[in-house]
Write a protein that binds this ligand. Structure first.
Ligand SMILES: [Zn+2]
Length: 184
C-alpha cells in the first residue's frame, strides 16, 4: 500500500463529496456538482479525511461483473432486435387472402356460381400459383423469422453468460470450495 493510493473525502459547500489524493493537499479543486472551488486541507490536516483504503481494484472488480454486464446488455439488445425484426421486414401472417376472407367470399355467393367459377378456372387451365406480392411477403416473413431466430440465439447466449457470471460472482471461489464439500 503506497501513500499514492490514499484517498481523502472532503465536502463542498453544496454538499457534494469530493475524493482527492495527497497531491491535492493544500490546493484547490473544482466541485463536480456545483462548479465551485473547494480548498483542500494541507497534508498535515488531510489525514482526518482519509477514506477506507480501497482494496486492490483487481480484486474488487471481478471479471464476472464485466461478463454480467456484457451478457445482460447483449441479451437485452438482441431480444429487442428479435422482436423488431418481423415488424421491420414485414413478416407475420400473409395479409392478402386469409381463410376468413375466402370463406366469407364463398358464403356470399351461391354454390352454382362457385361451381361455374371453378369450372371456368379449370377450363382456362388456371393453376393459381403464388402471386408476386404473396411471394415477397412469404420471403420477408421467412427472412424475418431467420433473423429473429439468430437474435434469439444471441439473446439466449447473452442471458446464459450473464446468468453464469452472476452465479459466479455470488458463489465466489471461497464458498464454491465449501459447496464442494457436501455436508451429511
Ligand atoms: Zn459543490
Amino acid at each position: 500500500m503506497t501513500t499514492a493510493a490514499k484517498r481523502y473525502r472532503i465536502s463542498c459547500d453544496c454538499g457534494a463529496g469530493l475524493i482527492v489524493g495527497p497531491g491535492n493537499a493544500g490546493g484547490r479543486i473544482v466541485c463536480d456538482r456545483c462548479g465551485g472551488t473547494v480548498a483542500v486541507p494541507r497534508l498535515r490536516e488531510i489525514e482526518a479525511f482519509a477514506v477506507a483504503e480501497p482494496s486492490s481494484p483487481a480484486r474488487s472488480w471481478r471479471p464476472a461483473y464485466g461478463w454480467l454486464l456484457v451478457g445482460s446488455v447483449v441479451a437485452a439488445l438482441a431480444a429487442v432486435a428479435a422482436l423488431a425484426a418481423p415488424r421491420l421486414l414485414g413478416g407475420g401472417p400473409p395479409r392478402l387472402a386469409d381463410e376468413a376472407t375466402i370463406r366469407a367470399a364463398i358464403e356470399s355467393v351461391d354454390a352454382a356460381t362457385i361451381y361455374q367459377a371453378w369450372q371456368a378456372m379449370r377450363g382456362a387451365g388456371v393453376d393459381r400459383g403464388t402471386l408476386p406480392e404473396e411471394l415477397r411477403q412469404q420471403q420477408a416473413a421467412g427472412a424475418a423469422g431467420r433473423i429473429a431466430a439468430v437474435f434469439w440465439t444471441i439473446a439466449a447466449t447473452g442471458g446464459i453468460v450473464a446468468g453464469a457470471a452472476g452465479l459466479g460472482s455470488l458463489i465466489g471461489p471461497r464458498s464454491s470450495a465449501t459447496l464442494g464439500r457436501r455436508p451429511r
